[in-house]
Design a protein around this ligand. Structure first.
Ligand code: FAD
Length: 388
């Protein structure tokens, strides 16, 4: 068992931290509050090859895996720039296409994921299905060789910044009317594809949208994996869901590390009774306990990434769920303890902590809620009966 980080990963970590640190939380919140976006940071990360670290080398990527991508996501968040689009575009969409796309889809999309010149959103959640993705009704029917896709999705991140959306739907068999899961690549400028922002209380330049698809005409090759793949869509989807959970864990753990670094610096400095407040155990212990929880969640996160990169998908599902759960809980605790240790300053704009609350709290809800992770662990890890 070797828990040391490779020199390559550490170099990547330091390089990403260097780039993200030049932007930082103030850039992130300024963009959020002025209706801006993170395109400049995204482009710089793409140019440096950080968005494409997990894209196979034959398509111009870094040829690494989810371990590399986890490092990239974590360091962006640790610098105060927790980017959901990192989770969606490189972790889910690029992975799904790399694993399950046709040769044409791979050669079209992967070089663009490798250099960050394309951004792809991901849409599975539907208003009437919610956590129960078996109930999704977005459906594609044949029209000649084309598809006509209709349905509605909500809480879809970054549609306004995306060139296309990877949409989880179903295909309707014209002869039998039977439905099979399928993934479609839908350009955001396609006629019949519309989106509307959902006002959110999250300080992030990345916005959430309701998406409406009304008979969106798509060519045959919009179906990931091609026609022979229809019906095997779920397997393709699961290729992307574990990296999604692992990189959301990185997003959360990074926010937690950012908050703890700020809190520790503040508690070393601030003195109201003649000693720094960090000497009071009521301040030190919650920060130390949060540090323990963050480090534990990072262990599970890198284990999950390692399992994924080594092809152990079944074991990875359990570890990825546990990593996402524990990193979200740890990060919520870390941000809360960091705010508390700042007293009134914890809520002040200048200290850049309260702006983390919405984003870190969302990690308990998305991409899979705390309760659904616990259901998974109860059933799959403990063999308990299913209640729903
Ligand atoms: C910031 C943010 C970004 C997001 N980005 C995306 C995105 O890019 N793409 C996308 O497709 N989706 C996205 N989502 C949606 C997200 O994945 C869903 O919000 C999440 O899966 C929960 O679904 P829901 O909101 O419909 O809640 P519901 O399914 O309605 O659940 C409501 C509550 O009931 C609980 N619950 C439901 N079923 C059970 C059960 N069987 N047992 C116990 N408790 C249960 C849930 O845990 C939750 O607490 C995003 C959400 C947020 C907040």
């Amino acid at each position: 068992m070797d828990f040391s980080e490779s020199t390559e990963l550490t170099m990547l970590r330091d390089a990403v931290a260097g780039l993200a640190g030049r932007y930082g939380h103030e850039y992130f919140t300024t963009q959020a509050k002025t209706g801006g976006n993170t395109r400049e940071l995204w482009a710089a990360a793409g140019e440096a090859g950080y968005l494409g670290v997990a894209v196979p080398a034959e398509y111009g990527g870094g040829g690494g895996g989810i371990q590399e991508l986890t490092v990239v996501c974590e360091e962006f968040a640790t610098a105060g720039c927790p980017m959901l689009l990192m989770v969606v575009s490189p972790a889910i969409c690029a992975t799904v296409i790399a694993r399950g796309g046709t040769a044409e889809q791979k050669s079209h999309w992967l070089p663009r994921f490798a250099d960050g010149s394309v951004t792809m959103a991901f849409a599975i959640t539907e208003p009437d299905a919610g956590s129960n993705s078996h109930k999704i009704t977005t459906t594609a029917r044949r029209d000649g060789s084309d598809w006509l896709l209709s349905g509605r999705k909500y809480y879809i991140s970054g549609v306004d910044e995306a060139d296309a959306v990877l949409v989880v739907g179903r295909t309707e068999d014209a002869a039998t009317g039977r439905l099979a899961p399928a993934l479609f690549i839908v350009p955001t400028d396609a006629p019949g594809f519309e989106y509307r922002p959902i006002p959110m209380e999250i300080t992030s330049p990345e916005k959430q949208f309701t998406v409406f698809m009304d008979d969106v005409r798509l060519p045959a090759d919009a179906l990931v994996g091609g026609a022979e793949y229809a019906g095997a869509g779920l397997a393709g989807l699961f290729a992307g869901l574990n990296p999604e959970r692992i990189t959301v864990a990185a997003y959360a753990a990074g926010i937690g590390r950012y908050a703890l670094a700020k809190a520790a610096a503040y508690a070393r400095d601030r003195s109201v009774w003649g000693t720094p407040i960090g000497a009071h155990q009521a301040i030190a212990h919650p920060l130390a306990a949060a540090k323990v929880q963050i480090e534990l969640s990072r262990l599970m996160m890198y284990k999950a990434a390692w399992l994924y990169d080594n092809g152990m998908d079944a074991d990875c599902a359990e570890a990825a769920n546990m990593a996402k759960y524990s990193a979200a809980e740890a990060a919520i605790g870390a941000v809360d303890a960091a705010i508390q240790s700042h007293g009134g300053n914890g809520m002040a704009t200048e200290y850049g902590l309260a702006t983390l609350w919405g984003g870190v709290r969302a990690a308990r809800i998305a991409p899979v809620s705390r309760e659904m992770v616990l259901n998974f662990v109860a059933q799959h890890s403990l063999g308990l009966p299913k209640s729903y």
